[in-house]
Design a protein around this ligand. Structure first.
Ligand code: PMP
Length: 416
């Protein structure tokens, strides 16, 4: 974020609920929620209290197994039927590295299929040029992954990149590489190229095809886990992957990620055959935060997700109504509290994959619009690949205010 050239500088001083204040004292309604984690808004009281209790009375890092981490794991499992055992990590990147290693260990195969526009962290194992220029993408629909940055020294190895929501391509790829693919890894609802929901038949088809080819299906629910539903995208679409990764909302602002799978897979770790480490991984402070998050959800799952979906729907409908009325070419796509406003160059019905977003979105215009809104006291990320995120602290009144300012900003800078 610090190196992005298109940001209007904003140094945050503090946050409270849905609001954030910068170092100059300006107030913003925050639609970024720290890139997704803050499902209860900034400074959520019960989570902070649990963390303070843990530090004050028991310690942040004990260097032994703790009951609090076991309880957090048990509570997480309630929502994810495919998880028997969990490893906690410090970040989504680490949990995804572990998932890749686990899949390769279980299947004794090397290749991993990922999708254009999906981000799975910055490790050499999985970081690829997920926002590659269109000319560099595979023309027949799949290609070896390009390194995502300098310094990857030939990595990622054995990664194949496919177009999302294209079942036929996945089938062709699995047939072509039959016997050498360890896993199909995906964000089941894409959130790193804007919000791109899966076509229901795509997820079902991916589940069937991976079973047929003895390939593991890995859901990277770093964004969607505990956010679109307590049980993430897998609950929403009624599918169980082989390996699940959850992170952002699990910590609600504290750095934790979890990778979970059936016991027979995790036995490799339990028996010391598959290594996973991390001095701070699963420390008592972050697992106390995760337990408090899960306790909140367990206490009122319906209330929390109904609220998140209600404010998400209100913002999405409002955005659509304003842009349509002002005749600004756009598409709004959302799943509950993750929302994308795409400003398009032409009329497009629906975005199903990264390529079309890249091709038909006006990124410069979106940046100008975002700058205007930031000046008007609404913050969302200036890159339209980044969704807007809401929290339980956002109320109808906040959304009304956001929409008023969106309309004012759109009139000022989107109408020729
Ligand atoms: N997977 C997905 C889907 C993500 O969105 C992210 C982070 N935005 C990651 C993995 C990596 O997580 P982290 O930044 O915590 O390493």
């Amino acid at each position: 974020m610090r190196v992005l050239p298109y940001h209007l500088p904003l140094v945050a001083e503090r946050g409270e609920g849905p609001l954030v204040w910068d170092a100059d004292g300006n107030e913003y309604i925050d639609l970024n929620m720290a890139y997704g984690p803050l499902i209860f808004g900034h400074r959520p009281k019960p989570i902070i209290e649990a963390v303070i209790r843990q530090i004050a009375e028991r310690g942040s890092q004990l260097g032994f197994p703790t009951e609090v981490s076991a309880r957090a794991a048990e509570k997480l499992k309630r929502f994810y039927p495919g998880i028997d055992l969990v490893r906690f990590c410090n970040s989504g990147t680490e949990a995804m590295m572990f998932a890749a290693r686990l899949a390769r260990t279980v299947t004794r195969r090397k290749k991993i299929i990922v999708f254009e526009g999906n981000y799975h962290g910055w490790s050499d194992a999985l970081f690829h040029q997920y926002h590659a220029p269109i000319e560099q993408l595979g023309h027949d629909g799949f290609a070896p992954a390009l390194p995502g940055t300098l310094g990857m020294d030939g990595a990622p190895h054995d990664l194949i990149v496919l177009r999302f929501n294209d079942l036929e391509m996945l089938e062709r790829c699995l047939e072509k590489f039959d016997g050498s693919v360890a896993a199909v890894v995906m964000e089941p609802i894409m959130g790193n190229s804007g919000v791109l929901p899966p076509e229901p038949e795509f997820l079902e088809g991916a589940r069937e095809l991976t079973c047929e080819h003895d390939v593991l299906l890995v859901f990277d629910e770093v964004i969607t886990g505990l956010r679109v539903a307590a049980g993430g995208a897998q609950e929403l679409y009624g599918l169980t992957p082989d390996i699940t990764i959850v992170s952002k909302a699990l910590g609600a602002g504290f750095p934790i990620a979890a990778c979970g799978a059936p016991r027979e897979f995790m036995e490799f770790v339990a028996q010391g055959k598959l290594f996973h480490g991390g001095v701070y991984a699963g420390n008592a402070l972050v697992t106390a935060a995760a337990e408090a998050v899960l306790d909140q959800i367990i206490a009122d799952p319906d209330g929390i997700y109904q609220h998140l979906h209600a404010v998400g729907n209100e913002l999405a409908h409002g955005l659509r109504e304003i842009m349509t009325r002002l005749r600004i070419p756009h598409i709004v796509q959302h799943v509950g509290p993750m929302i994308s406003l795409f400003l398009t160059t032409t009329e497009v019905e629906k975005f199903k994959d990264y390529r079309t977003v890249r091709q038909y979105c006006d990124f410069e215009k979106y940046i100008r619009f975002q700058h205007e809104l930031q000046r008007l006291g609404v913050y969302f990320h200036p890159n339209q690949f980044e969704p807007m995120f809401l929290s339980t602290a956002h109320t109808e009144e906040h959304i009304d205010k956001v929409l008023e300012r969106i309309e004012a900003g759109a009139k000022r800078c989107l109408i020729p």
